[in-house]
Design a protein around this ligand. Sequence first.
Ligand code: 8YV
Length: 332
Amino acid sequence: MPNLPKKPLVIVTRRLPDAVETRMRELFDARLNVEDKPMSRADLAEAVKAAHVLIPTVTDRIDRSLLSQAGPQLKLIANFGTGVDNIDLDTARLRNIIVTNTPGVLTEDTADMTMALILAVPRRLAEGTALLKDTSKHWSGWSPTWMLGHRIFGKRLGIIGMGRIGQAVARRARAFGLQIHYHNRRRVAEEIEQELEATHWDSLDQMLARMDIVSVNCPHTPATYHLLSARRLKLLKPTCYIVNTARGEVIDENELARMLEAGQIAGAGLDVFEHEPAVNPKLLANSRVVALPHMGSATIEGRIDMGEKVIINVKTFLDGHNPPDRVHAAML
Ligand code: 8YV
């Protein structure tokens, strides 16, 4: 256990739900960001020089250059989030800084949002509502051939990444009559395959070529960066829809935007983008794209649960034990 002062300094980079901040104030010498102004690089550098524990989020890039400025007192980075692609895990390990995350508690919310996009894109939900709200257009009434989308029931859903969230998506999708297919680094247990009636594809290329909807549910790691590359996107049927609630970096966004514009992919539901908060303007201009501002886990319940996980990780660590949600690069 590292030597820590009686009241170690815990710096939180963004505003968190009130209940979480109140508990943090009670338990720690917590420096909170009540104004929720995203920290600049200089602010983050100050933070890693002073904090014993840093609590960042997806919007903070904790890379090698930042960690090289950290003081020796920084012992724990307790990420408020499951994905840890914002943190350079190798450099943290070399500097003996433990990294934790918040797995499990945002599974159901993210799966709900994924399912919402799987429904919204083929059934043209956003287009329909935009049309009614556009006062320059008048809805003259129902027509048998108007606003036709595509049926979801009976179609093939290809899930990339069959971890907790991928499986939660599969459970929902089965209730909507979708056939479940998946590609994952490791084949999941036979009982899970049976429960989900899921077909495993060893070859991602072969799976992509046969799907009606593809859902990205894997983490962003060096191995999954542009997993849906220009070459792989070209394998999709032109009638295929893509949904991404994982990380924008998993898809070559420029190529996706180009192919959607050219009608080579039928539509996309995107909650995440390659260069957040920037969004490729071609995607925003495309009526076949439903775009959301990274809202997958945005429920008050989810954010409180995430905060509680962070508190448990920090408290356990400060009490001299191994925090439960420790992340090692090899796990990813
Ligand atoms: C969070 C997420 O909002 O936890 C994750 O990996 O993508 C999001 O749902 C965000 O990461 C919080 O830092």
